[in-house]
Structures are given as structure tokens and as C-alpha cells.
Design a protein around this ligand. Structure first.
Ligand SMILES: Cc1ncc(COP(=O)(O)O)c(C=O)c1O
Length: 662
């Protein structure tokens, strides 16, 4: 086995770089790879802050750091979701433009509609924005359950023509509502996911004397890729096999319902990262469409479901947090395949629908949070500790070895000295466990080992020998965030999805630390230790040292803000109440006519009172009980009256307060 030669950095070189302050905002943009994942919506401003460009025009910039400070000044302290409706509108317009262009270039003779799947983010303000922007763009909505159906009907009120496609398991009540809504004039289409739903549809249509309009979801052989591959293929939960569809067509013909078969649907899972899988799925669906048209089904549209992915890590690769295609390729490939298969068969081009949720909305939300402290391994052993450990009559041999290694740290053989310190620590922990070493000696060996590790990292930087490649992770700092991963970034924990994350200020300053991020839940899984890197995930993030004069802790004089990007899809509604940390504040930020940012909508996060009642505690009853307890303590003189008043104030303020640290 060959090992990479270690290259020791010339210390005068980095010192000179520091002195000349050669780091620029441009270096930060490169380091955090903003251009790669930002899709034109994010960049680094010349003042070293994070800029948001809602319509990809850097001259119309919203300074995210300014926004964070402005929100904090309005008592909307982080964590806070900052939504940019301008980005959403631009994404929607872009999908429209790209499909229109592909339609024109190919001479495709059908239309394209994008349906927003409400499940991706059901927040009312988000859905309303999509409905409003989408109306003129020919967009529609997709719903997957009874509550979503009601939300969809409410959202499309007064917009009868807006397509509303209903997926998911359905009962008689669900389908009854759909039939009545159709009778009211809504452009609503239930999609049959289970064969028996056809009977429910026909029963309800007969009862209300209407001709039903419906779609059928096909269970295709083409398998998806990645995390949600199980949504497609024969073992998929939804849809009818080709055999079941043929059987249904016979049944529909026999019952005079074939004229209602308007839509052929499929969905191959979310975040389909490989364009080859999209092509295979669309080809199979198009052939099925042709065969069903020939069998007499008057299908007008095919719905290719979701799956259009997002390049979260900016690597443009066929990997879980990326995609190996562009929106332009997606549109052209889908339409070209359908067109060529239809043309060969002499069958009309169907309208094409996609239920693209993630790609539509991911970029438009950012989670801003504050670092509330850090844990850093010491760069040198504590002298007092060392003196105390060495003061004993016969210091243990591992301690003497560790101290000896430490004295060699500036010599020619730093790597050898590091290996000695590592060996000494291993022996020290064994001796300690056997009861032959005291606490001081063990702690001193640990601190020496960490200091030696740091010395190696400083000396070799990115040129570490291969056998020490895990050292940066071992010695990474731990930065604590006032945030719950389980509430705000569930997919980071649940499916190890990468989200871009970086500081939103101090970007003109070199980040000299490397760390991982931990949240404030009492769960050791509440951390982020995978970050988008040039070659996929990297295990530490470059961060800034706390500024001189800044107070560590919440509300410090100089807060250090980080933001997670591309969080608009799924994270808000999948988030849970782990540790009763509730919904965060959310705001909508746009650019006003004067070119300055402004807050259009504020949705305040959950209060402690609210989250307690979600889990069936009665905050008023709790208050009465605790006050009763307090009175007993006052009478027994365990608390003074002043302490009692302060307890009462704390109790009342806490119940009304934010669930995060304030
Ligand atoms: C039926 C259906 N359509 C659309 C979507 C949205 O997919 P995406 O967010 O990948 O666009 C989903 C989500 O999994 C879905 O189940």
C-alpha cells in the first residue's frame, strides 16, 4: 500500500498570509461553494455577508445578515425561517419558461402543467403564494389526503380552472367530496391508487348524476433511484399494475365509464438523482399511454409525478444529495421521449403534468440560527494540571512518555512525537481503568495528546499523511446552535441529507476553525457532521473563532449567525417536537419598491404554552399547581417573598415565551 507523502507547511507562509489579511469574501464564496449549490440565488457580498438574489440578479440583493439583525431587533430572535417569495416566484417562472422553450423547440403539441404537491410544505402562506403566482402560469395543486383536499379546495376558491389532482388512499367520503367539487365546476381529478376506488368513484358519480373524470396511477417496472426508489417498481405501495389497468379498462368500458379516464399518472419517488432513471420511467409511461389510447381510453394527460431533484451539495452528480441533470435537460428529455413514442405510434401528444415540489420550493427558505457557544480542544496542556500530575513521587511512565513527546513537538520528527503521545494516552487510559493512575495524570495525558494533534494539524493542514486522515474529525470543535435539528432539519438526521450551511457574515475573514454543529436537544443525534464538499460530504465545517470581546452564549454582544440553505421542501412540516422545541418563527422577506428589504409576513413560532398543550398538558392547571407549591414553600420559609415573586414572574414569562433559548 502506498501512502500519501506528508508535506509540512512552512509556518512563515501562513503567518504572512494572516498578516496581509489576504482572505477576501470571494475566498469564502469559493470555500463554501456558494455558486455551486446556490443556483444563482445566493452569493457573498463585498462586505463579507451573505447576499440573497431573489431573481438571480446580484444588483437586487437582500443582505441576509442585515435581515437577521433586523429581525432580532424586532424580537424575532433566531432560530427563524426566512422565506423569500421572490425566489419561489422565480423558480416557478423558470419551470414554466424551460418547459415552454422545450415545447417550442421540439414542436410538441401538448401543454405542460406543474402541480404543486401540498405535502412538500403545507404552510398556508407558502401555499397561497404558490396559488397566486401559479394561477397565470397554468400551475395547479396536488393533494394526498382528506385534510389536504380541503386545503386545496379552499386555496383554489374562485379559480375553478386551476387543476387539482387528488392522490393518496381514498374512502367514499373523500371521493364524494371530489365528485361534488367537480359538479360545482372545479377542475378536480381523483387518481385511482387502488382498484376498488374505481367502484367508489362510479357509485358517487351515479348518485350525483355526473360523468366522472379520473386518472389512474400506474405501477411501472422502471425503478426509481436513491432514498425513495421504493415509491416505484412492482413493490411500490401505490398504483395499479399494467394487468390491473387492463382489467379496469374492460370494467370501465362495460360500465360506460371509459370516457372518464382522463389522466395516466405515475410517481417514481422524490429526488431522482439520475436522469437515466427519469428517461426509463417516462418511456415506459409513454408506451403505456399509447397502448391505452389504442385500447379506447381517451387519456388527455400524463402526470409524471415528482422526483425532479435539487443539487443540495452542488456536485452535479448522481448521488443522494445531488442530481446529474439540469431543469432544461429534464424538460427536454421528458417531452422528447413522449413525443417520439407518440409520433411513432401515430397517437396525439398528451398534455404533460409534473408534481414537482422539492425543485419548486427548496431554494426559497433559509433557516438562520445563532451559535451559542463552542467546545474546543485545548491547544496546549494546562500548566497547573501538568505540575500537579508530575508532583507525585513517582509519576507513571505513560505520563513521562507523554511529556517527553510534548517536548519534541518543535523538533524534526513531529509525527513520531505525535505517535508517542497517542501511545502514551492509550496506556494511560488502561492504567486508569485498572486503578493505577490518578485523575490528574490521566487528564494531563489527554491534554498533551490533544495539543500534539493540534500541532500536527497546524503543521500539515490538508497535506496530512493518510493514516492520520481522521485526525481533523477527532479534534474538530463543537459549535452549539440554538436550534433543534428534529424540528428544522429532520432530513439531515433522518436520511443524512446534506444541506448547505455557512456563516452569513464575517466572510471577509478567514475561518480558522473546523467544527461540527450540535443543537440544543438532549439527544446526541442532534448534530450535523456532514457538510457539502467538493467531492461529496465532508466531515467538518470551516468556522470563525468567536470575536474578541464577544460574550459566548445567547444574546452575546457580537452574535455569530449561521444559516442552513435549501430547506424549503419537507423540513418545515416533517419537523417534530423533540424536547418540546416547537415551530420556529417564520418570516417572508421581499424587496420593496425602494429597493430595500422588508418583512411581508410574520408567523410567530410556538410558545411554551402551545407546545405543552399539544401534549395534553393544561398550562393553566400547571400554573395553579405550581403556585400552590410555591405558597407552601413560602409558608415553610424555604423561599423568601422576593424569590417567590421571581419564581412567579419566571413561570408566567416562560409559558408565554419562545421554546428556544432567548
Ligand atoms: C405522488 C407524489 N407526487 C409528488 C411528490 C413530490 O415529489 P418531489 O418533491 O420530488 O417533487 C411526491 C412526494 O414524494 C409524491 O408522493
Amino acid at each position: 500500500m502506498t501512502t500519501k507523502p506528508a508535506v509540512r507547511i512552512d509556518p512563515s507562509r501562513s503567518a504572512l498570509k494572516d498578516q496581509l489579511n489576504l482572505w477576501s469574501p470571494h475566498d469564502s464564496a469559493k470555500l463554501y461553494r456558494v455558486e455551486e449549490w446556490g443556483a444563482g440565488y445566493f452569493g457573498v457580498t463585498p462586505r463579507g455577508t451573505l447576499g440573497v438574489y431573489p431573481d438571480t440578479d446580484p444588483t437586487k440583493c437582500i443582505d441576509l445578515y442585515d435581515v437577521a439583525l433586523g429581525l432580532a431587533a424586532r424580537d424575532l430572535t433566531p432560530p427563524v425561517i426566512v422565506r423569500f417569495p421572490g425566489i419561489l416566484q422565480h423558480r416557478m417562472g423558470n419551470i414554466r419558461r424551460v418547459f415552454d422553450k422545450a415545447i417550442a423547440e421540439l414542436g410538441y403539441r401538448g401543454k405542460y402543467h406543474c402541480l404543486y404537491p401540498i405535502k412538500v410544505n403545507q404552510e398556508r402562506h407558502v401555499c397561497e403564494a404558490i396559488r397566486t403566482f401559479g394561477y397565470d402560469l397554468g400551475f395547479g395543486l396536488e393533494v394526498g389526503s382528506k385534510p389536504e383536499l380541503l386545503a386545496g379546495l379552499a386555496l383554489t376558491q374562485g379559480m375553478n380552472g386551476m387543476p387539482l389532482v387528488c392522490n393518496g388512499f381514498k374512502d367514499a367520503e373523500y371521493l364524494e367530496l371530489v365528485t361534488l367539487a367537480a359538479k360545482m365546476g372545479r377542475n378536480i381529478i381523483p387518481v385511482v391508487e387502488q382498484a376498488h376506488e374505481l367502484n367508489l368513484i362510479s357509485r358517487s358519480a351515479r348518485a350525483h348524476n355526473v360523468v366522472p373524470r379520473f386518472g389512474i396511477r400506474a405501477k411501472l417496472a422502471a425503478a426509481g433511484v436513491g432514498r425513495w426508489a421504493g415509491s416505484s417498481g412492482y413493490r411500490g405501495k401505490f398504483g395499479l399494475t399494467v394487468g390491473e389497468i387492463l382489467h379496469s379498462v374492460d370494467h370501465l368500458r362495460a360500465n360506460d365509464m371509459i370516457s372518464g379516464f382522463h389522466l395516466l399518472h405515475c410517481h417514481m419517488g422524490s429526488q431522482v438523482f439520475d436522469i437515466r432513471a427519469v428517461k426509463a420511467m417516462v418511456s415506459e409511461l409513454a408506451h403505456l399511454y399509447v397502448a391505452l389510447r389504442r385500447a379506447g381510453a381517451p387519456i388527455e394527460a400524463i402526470d409524471i409525478g415528482g422526483g425532479l431533484g435539487v443539487d443540495y451539495d452542488g456536485t452535479q452528480s448522481a448521488t443522494g444529495s445531488s442530481i446529474n441533470y439540469t431543469l432544461e435537460q429534464y424538460a427536454a428529455d421528458v417531452l422528447y421521449r413522449v413525443q417520439s413514442i407518440c409520433d411513432e405510434a401515430g397517437v396525439p401528444h398528451p398534455n404533460v403534468m409534473s408534481e414537482s415540489g422539492r425543485a419548486l420550493i427548496a431554494h426559497s427558505s433559509v433557516v438562520v440560527c445563532e451559535v451559542i457557544g463552542s467546545r474546543v480542544f485545548p491547544g496546549r496542556p494546562d500548566q497547573k494540571l501538568l505540575d500537579a500530575a508530575l508532583a507525585q513521587e513517582q509519576p507513571p511512565q505513560p505520563l513521562l512518555d507523554a511529556v517527553d513527546a510534548y517536548h519534541q513537538r518543535n523538533g524534526d520528527d513531529l509525527l513520531g512525537a505525535y505517535a508517542d503521545a497517542e501511545h502514551a494516552l492509550a496506556e494511560a487510559t488502561t492504567l486508569f481503568s485498572l486503578g493505577y493512575m490518578d485523575l490528574n495524570a490521566r487528564a494531563a495525558c489527554e491534554e498533551i495528546y490533544w495539543a500534539m494533534g493540534k500541532a500536527v494539524l497546524d503543521a500539515y493542514g490538508d497535506e496530512l499523511p493518510e493514516d492520520l486522515s481522521s485526525l481533523p474529525d477527532q479534534l474538530a470543535d463543537l459549535y452549539f446552535l440554538n436550534l433543534s435539528i428534529f424540528q428544522s432539519l429532520l432530513d439531515s438526521w433522518g436520511i443524512e441529507q446534506l444541506f448547505p450551511v455557512m456563516p452569513i457574515h464575517r466572510l471577509g475573514e478567514e475561518p480558522t476553525r473546523r467544527g461540527i454543529l450540535a443543537d440544543i436537544t438532549c439527544d446526541s443525534d442532534g448534530k450535523v457532521d456532514q457538510f457539502p464538499g467538493e467531492w461529496g460530504a465532508k466531515t467538518t465545517l470551516e468556522l470563525h473563532e468567536s470575536e474578541p470581546g464577544s460574550e459566548p452564549g445567547v444574546g452575546g454582544e457580537k452574535p455569530y449567525y449561521l444559516a442552513f440553505f435549501l430547506t424549503g421542501a419537507y423540513q418545515e412540516t416533517l419537523g417534530d417536537l423533540h424536547n418540546l422545541l416547537g415551530d420556529t418563527h417564520a418570516v417572508h422577506v421581499t424587496v420593496g419598491p425602494d429597493g430595500r428589504w422588508r418583512i411581508d409576513t410574520v408567523v410567530e413560532g410556538d410558545t411554551v404554552r402551545e407546545v405543552l398543550s399539544y401534549v395534553q398538558f393544561d398550562p393553566d392547571e400547571m400554573r395553579v399547581q405550581l403556585r400552590h407549591d410555591l405558597e407552601s414553600a413560602l409558608q415553610a420559609e424555604r423561599l423568601t417573598l422576593a424569590e417567590g415573586a421571581s419564581f412567579r414572574r419566571f413561570l408566567d414569562d416562560s409559558l408565554q415565551g419562545y421554546t428556544y433559548l432567548e
